[in-house]
Structure formats: structure tokens, C-alpha cells
Design a protein around this ligand. Structure first.
Ligand code: PMT
Length: 403
């Protein structure tokens, strides 16, 4: 198995790097860790020694005077997580005033940085220039997510979840690159992405309808992010209170309308993402307003067309289909069933019994079930960041199928 060198620098996210090391060990990789002095004020080096079963390269302790050369030549890939503004600046300037930086200068393998810092620091033009400059030299960046930071500010700067970082690092190691990182740098360009969003409304009579709690935030986040990354986005949207500058938005009301709109666009789509909360049943429509003649009434409902099922059974080999699963219980079991039954490439499942994620919330937490059996947990993040992950994963699959 390959050798992964994990560098930990001095930020509060340093504790998350112990989970990152565990992810690599669980996946069967050999891991060595190096830490700056500042990182050790957040987490002790013994934690990393216990997890990696290897001595940690530290400023305070270098097993030999040339340990930085040994660690650098041992590594097949090096990931610095968290990467502070200070370390990013120093790497960009070629400074080597500690063991970790000396090792980085001696590397012959791919280098990946996972920046994490306060939002104002992250947005600082100098930090942004350093990041872009390093990217242009072939250094991979796993850009931070948005969220509530340890400093109690809200915004960009939160280190990505260890599972996500581990997956991207392993992708680079195995494939020589990671499509999702290119995507973060505007590489969905030119792909046709069809997205459904929001609720459907099923009319009972001219004045009454059945609907659900979907706000459209998740589907619109996907559409906005894909659009920003240069994709040709077609958004089929139920009635929502969101305004958007995306040019191709097709507003629909009912599940039947959504199905018909879908039929017009799906053939030219490269990636289809079904985030809408579509009614499973619609009332048998009464042309006139129903009168309240009885104490009880029974509504007759009939099954709507299942758009995801249709997409799964008609998709071409080069198309990617992402279905959603909104569950209140048995999430894993039901999502896995949907994955198989609907012939999707990915099912993005969320627990809609929770108030802090799912319907109408600005955040979500999803488990992605892949047709090859792998599973990714996103952790709780803004819908915008979850959207980026789903788009990245879809594009990775698209590239695999189309290369
Ligand atoms: O809109 P928000 O407020 O931001 O909330 C986001 C969300 C909770 C709506 C979203 O994250 C989500 O889970 N969307 C899917 C909701 C849903 O209908 O889930 P489901 O498990 O009932 O359906 C499974 C899949 O089949 C979905 O991809 C759905 O779009 C699709 N479906 C369902 C019925 C139908 N007739 N046709 C379909 O295509």
C-alpha cells in the first residue's frame, strides 16, 4: 500500500486531522505525520503516534538531522491539513524554517493543502493570491467550506470534513488527479446539467392543493454552483420563493408538469440531479370547488409518474443520474433500496426528521450512496457546500464513464 504523509499545522482544525489519519489507516495506507510546534499546542503528538504507529516528525524532535529528507522521500503523497495562512504563505515563498516546511521543499510527490482559517484571513487578497499561485504550480487545494467557525464568525474558512479530504487525496494518489479539485477550479465547464428542485403542488379542486415543505434551497444551490462552474444548467423548479439569475429555469406546478418538462430535456443532459420533492400521489381532480356536505370525506389519490425511475431506466451509458432520498427513519436501508431500484449512480440521502437540516434549512447533512458500494458522509455544511460535493462526485463519475 502507498505511503501518505500528513502534515498538521497550528489551527483549531488540527484535532480533525486525527480523524483524517484514521481514515487513511482504515483504508489500508501507511501513514506518517509531521507537526509544527504550534500544531502541538492544539493536539499532542502522541495521539498521532498512536494512530499512525510511526514516530511524528516534530520541530522539537527530529529522529535524525536528515529526517525531513527521509520523510519526504518516503511519501507517495503529502497532505497538509489544516494548512494555516502562515504555512500557505511560507510554502509560496519557499521558506523552510521548520521541519514540516523543510520536508515540503524536499518532496518529489504530489502536495495537497486543506486550508482552514478565519473568514477575513481566508478572504485576504494576499492569502487568495498565495493559494492561486500555488495552484498554478500544480499544488492541489481542497478549499475550505463555509460555516460557523471556531472564532464564532460565519463564512468561508472551515476545513473540509476528514472523510472528504481522505477521499480526494486517495483519488489523486490512485488516478494522478482528482476531478473534484479541478471542478473547484471551474472545470464543470460545458457539461449539460439537468436539476429538479422544490416541491410539487397537486390540486384537489380549483382552490385547494396538497404540497410539501420543500423550499427549493437544495436544488437551487446545486443549480447556482453548477452554473458558476461553467455548466449549462437547466433547472426544473416547483413553486418557490427564490430568485435566481440562471437563464434556463422552467417553472412547473405539479408532478405531472415536472415529468413532462423532464422528458423535454433529459436526453441532452450529461448529469441529472433530482433534488425536487415530488408528490408520490396526486388527488383525482374535481373541476368545481368541493362542497362541505359531509362530516368526513375521503380523498381519492393516484400514483404520480416516478421521474427518477423513468430516468434510471432510460439513461444512456454516458449519463450520470443522482437521485435524492428524504427519509425520517432507516435512512441507510431505504437509500440503498432506492439506489438499486431506480438504477441511480448516486443516491444523496438526508434525514428530514431533523430541524437543523433537510427541508427549508440553509444547511444539510447528506450520506452519498454510490452504485459501486462506497459511501460518503458529508457532515453538516451549508447547502452550497453540499452542492459542490454532489457536483464534484457526479463529475468524477461522468469523467470515468466518458474517458
Ligand atoms: O428544498 P429544500 O427545502 O432545500 O429541501 C431539500 C430536500 C429535503 C427537498 C432535498 O434534500 C431532498 O431530499 N429531495 C428529495 C425529496 C424526495 O422527494 O425524496 P423521496 O425520497 O420521496 O424521493 C426519492 C427520489 O425520487 C428523489 O430524487 C425525488 O426527486 C424522486 N421522485 C420522487 C417521486 C416522483 N414521483 N418522482 C421522482 O422523481
Amino acid at each position: 500500500m502507498s505511503n501518505i504523509l500528513v502534515g498538521v499545522t497550528g489551527g483549531i482544525a488540527a484535532y480533525k486531522s486525527s480523524y483524517l489519519v484514521r481514515e487513511f489507516i482504515k483504508a489500508g495506507y501507511n501513514v506518517k505525520v509531521m507537526m509544527t510546534k504550534k500544531a502541538e499546542s492544539f493536539v499532542g503528538h502522541t495521539t498521532f503516534e498512536a494512530l499512525s504507529l510511526n514516530p511524528v516528525l516534530r520541530d522539537e524532535f527530529s529522529p535524525t538531522p536528515i529526517s525531513h529528507i527521509d520523510y519526504a522521500s518516503w511519501a507517495d503523497i503529502c497532505i497538509i491539513a489544516p494548512a494555516t495562512a502562515n504555512i500557505i504563505g511560507k510554502i509560496n515563498a519557499g521558506i523552510a524554517d521548520n521541519e514540516l516546511l523543510s520536508t515540503i521543499l524536499a518532496l518529489k510527490c504530489p502536495l495537497v493543502l486543506a486550508p482552514a482559517m478565519n473568514t477575513n484571513m481566508y478572504n485576504n487578497v494576499i492569502v487568495q493570491e498565495n493559494i492561486k499561485n500555488l495552484q498554478s504550480k500544480g499544488i492541489y487545494m481542497i478549499l475550505p467550506a463555509e460555516g460557523l467557525l471556531a472564532c464564532q464568525t460565519e463564512g468561508a474558512g472551515k476545513m473540509q470534513e476528514p472523510e472528504i479530504i481522505a477521499k480526494k487525496v486517495i483519488n489523486i494518489l490512485n488516478n494522478g488527479s482528482d476531478t473534484s479539485l479541478k471542478i473547484e477550479n471551474d472545470m464543470l465547464s460545458g457539461l449539460n446539467i439537468l436539476i429538479t428542485a422544490g416541491p410539487t403542488k397537486e390540486y384537489i379542486d380549483p382552490v385547494r392543493y396538497i404540497t410539501n415543505k420543500s423550499s427549493g434551497k437544495m436544488g437551487y444551490a446545486l443549480a447556482e454552483e453548477a452554473y458558476k462552474m461553467g455548466a449549462n444548467v437547466t433547472l426544473i423548479s416547483g413553486e418557490v420563493n427564490i430568485s435566481s439569475d440562471i437563464p434556463n429555469i422552467h417553472k412547473v406546478v405539479s408532478a405531472e408538469d415536472m415529468y413532462n418538462a423532464f422528458l423535454s430535456f433529459y436526453e441532452s443532459a450529461d448529469i441529472m440531479i433530482m433534488a425536487a420533492a415530488v408528490a408520490d400521489y396526486a388527488p383525482v381532480y374535481e373541476n368545481n370547488k368541493i362542497k362541505k356536505n359531509n362530516d368526513e370525506m375521503i380523498l381519492s389519490l393516484k400514483k404520480t409518474k416516478d421521474i427518477l425511475s423513468y430516468a434510471g431506466s432510460h439513461k444512456k451509458d454516458n449519463q450520470i443520474l443522482v437521485g435524492f432520498a428524504a427519509e425520517t427513519n432507516n435512512l441507510e436501508e431505504y437509500a440503498a433500496q432506492k439506489l438499486a431500484k431506480k438504477h441511480a449512480d448516486i443516491i444523496a440521502a438526508n434525514d428530514v426528521s431533523r430541524k437543523d437540516i433537510g427541508f427549508d434549512s440553509d444547511n444539510n447533512e447528506m450520506t452519498l450512496f454510490f452504485a459501486n458500494g462506497s459511501i460518503t458522509h458529508t457532515g453538516m455544511q451549508s447547502k452550497k457546500d453540499i452542492a459542490k460535493i454532489i457536483l464534484a462526485e457526479s463529475a468524477i463519475l461522468y469523467n470515468e464513464k466518458n474517458s
